[in-house]
Design a protein around this ligand. Structure first.
Ligand SMILES: [Zn+2]
Length: 264
């Protein structure tokens, strides 16, 4: 069965703050559910701006623990509390982030017992499919983004797990891939064995040509490019044109704006 879905791009910026784009967060509206993928700032304001979506968001899927993907989570919890939420909130995230994140929330005078709603913290298990209910599943596939971004840096804790994930959300024939941040576009290859309705990928840690090479034989209906490197952020129509030329089999190449809503 082909599902209708809508994607609301709340923040499409990269990790470098700019005046005109927010950090990473996207809502996938599917089977009457709202799934928030990444919780970069200021996601609570942007969810609140969409009426009941803040309260009705059942599930948050965090790709990795960089601040531009997770930094808006405490304010989101506070926003839910102040809006009188009582429904369970499920948060899927790298296992290693759960304890420090809960400690941070507690340090912000937001004890979980006082939120007024339960939070279920669920650590990703690499390659294992989770059932989100309403015939929606999500599978997290570990990638090397944090290994490449963190481990080689001065001061890095070599014993610390560096788990970052790409996410595969499926419902019926609908298959959506969120790249999260990657070490290389080759890390998308495990997803390319079957048709993808929507691929939302970053373009900050590799070149446009490398991405096009990785997707050369892919069956992708719509390709959305987000989280653009500075060198591409100012050349958006040029990037779109080049990708369309390099990947003629892809129906649609879109570089969404913050706030843009796409129906599929
Ligand atoms: Zn990152």
């Amino acid at each position: 069965m082909v599902q209708n879905m809508t994607v609301s791009f709340l923040g499409t910026g990269s990790g470098a703050p700019t005046a005109d784009r927010f950090f990473s967060s996207t809502i996938l509206h599917l089977a009457e559910r709202h799934l928030l993928v990444d919780a970069g700032e200021p996601c609570v304001h942007l969810l609140k701006d969409r009426g009941d979506v803040l309260q009705e968001t059942s599930t948050i899927l965090i790709t990795h623990g960089h601040v531009d993907h997770i930094g808006g989570l405490p304010a989101l919890l506070q926003g839910c509390k102040l809006s009188g939420r009582s429904a369970l909130l499920e948060v899927y995230l790298p296992e290693e982030m759960i304890a420090p994140l809960r400690a941070w929330i507690s340090a912000l005078y937001l004890p979980e017992e006082g939120l007024g709603f339960p939070v279920n913290w669920i650590g990703w298990k690499n390659g294992v499919q989770s059932d989100l209910g309403d015939e929606i599943t999500v599978t997290a596939h570990r990638n090397g983004h944090l290994d490449s971004c963190y481990r080689q840096r001065p001061g890095a804790d070599s014993s610390r797990p560096c788990d970052s994930y790409s996410l595969e959300v499926e419902s019926g024939d609908c298959r959506v891939i969120f790249s999260g941040d990657l070490a290389s576009p080759q890390e998308l290859s495990p997803f390319l064995d079957r048709p993808i309705q929507l691929l939302i990928t970053e373009l900050a840690h590799f070149t446009l040509g490398e991405l096009a090479d990785a997707l050369q034989n892919a069956s992708v209906e719509t390709l959305c490019l987000v989280h653009l490197a500075d060198e591409y952020a100012g050349e958006r129509s040029e990037v779109k044109m080049q990708m369309e030329e390099l990947l003629p089999k892809i129906n649609d190449v879109i570089l969404p704006e913050d706030g843009e809503v796409l129906d599929f």
